[in-house]
Design a protein around this ligand. Structure first.
Ligand SMILES: [Zn+2]
Length: 261
């Protein structure tokens, strides 16, 4: 890596010949030295009000056999920048954030062809085996749904499951809620009626990210089946076939209100 001064930008030439430029003010603002960036809590310490907008670079040089750039500033401060850190943050136009680029898995859209092929993992495996837990989480990220089998038919099991993957976020229904037919239903879910396809709680500011449904007692007889579908698949098909209608739906403000409770 070669580094050179150029007006108010630092130009960095990489081993493969490509060049990236970094504004001085950005470099000073994002100095990674322990005075400017807390090495343990991984948080910046430079306050915006203390940043001198006219700061300039006095000296710039490579160190640690090209693995680092050292910069001396007009305010007397000296900062060191790691090559990998700089490379990750190069200004090259829009691109996915590093987390999305490196860790996020690609969603798989699915339709009826997946009817009997949805990922299925056993509850005891998820609880006791880290590999199965990872398999569950990755399948959920890719497919949006995973069938968990062999869960004991007891109400509290949902807590052990939730604890294994994160924590429960309460809503106005509480941390969990039970769905069964009631005499005085205040929500269609508490009736014996069939529910149409829907997304739960889109009216919330922080919408549910993962929803867990635990079948404890299956209705014997006609009905009571669970239906699931891939909303992203439906939306992408709809967008492709009816772009104008999709646009209208996507850009028309609608008030979502949950009148039941
Ligand atoms: Zn610093």
């Amino acid at each position: 890596m070669l580094a050179a001064r150029r007006l108010t930008w630092a130009r960095v030439r990489w081993e493969n010949g490509s060049v990236d430029s970094y504004p001085y003010i950005w470099l000073r603002d994002n100095c990674q030295c322990p005075k400017c960036y807390h090495p343990v809590s991984l948080a910046r310490r430079v306050l915006l009000k203390d940043l001198d907008l006219s700061v300039n670079c006095v000296d710039i040089k490579l160190s640690n056999t090209g693995e680092e750039v050292e910069m001396l500033w007009t305010d007397g401060h000296q900062g060191t920048y790691d090559a990998h850190w700089l490379h990750e943050r190069a200004f090259r136009g829009p691109k996915p954030a590093p987390h999305d680029r490196e860790f996020r898995l690609k969603q798989q859209l699915w339709g009826r062809e997946m009817q009997d092929k949805l990922p299925r993992i056993s509850f005891p495996d998820i609880i006791h085996d880290d590999h199965s837990l990872l398999n569950f989480l990755e399948s959920l990220e890719v497919m949006g749904v995973v069938l968990v089998s062999d869960v004991p038919c007891e109400i509290d099991q949902i807590y052990s499951f939730a604890k294994r993957i994160g924590h429960l976020r309460p809503t106005h229904y509480g941390e969990t809620f039970n769905v069964y037919s009631r005499m005085d239903p205040n929500n269609l879910a508490y009736t014996g009626d069939s529910l149409d396809m829907h997304t739960d709680l889109p009216c919330l500011a922080t919408k549910p990210e993962i929803q867990m449904l635990h079948v404890i007692k299956q209705f014997i007889g006609e009905g009571g089946d669970t239906m699931i579908t891939d909303g992203f698949h439906a939306a992408s098909k709809f967008k492709k076939n009816n772009p104008e209608y999709f646009d209208t739906l996507a850009n028309t403000l609608i008030e979502f209100v949950d009148r039941g409770h």
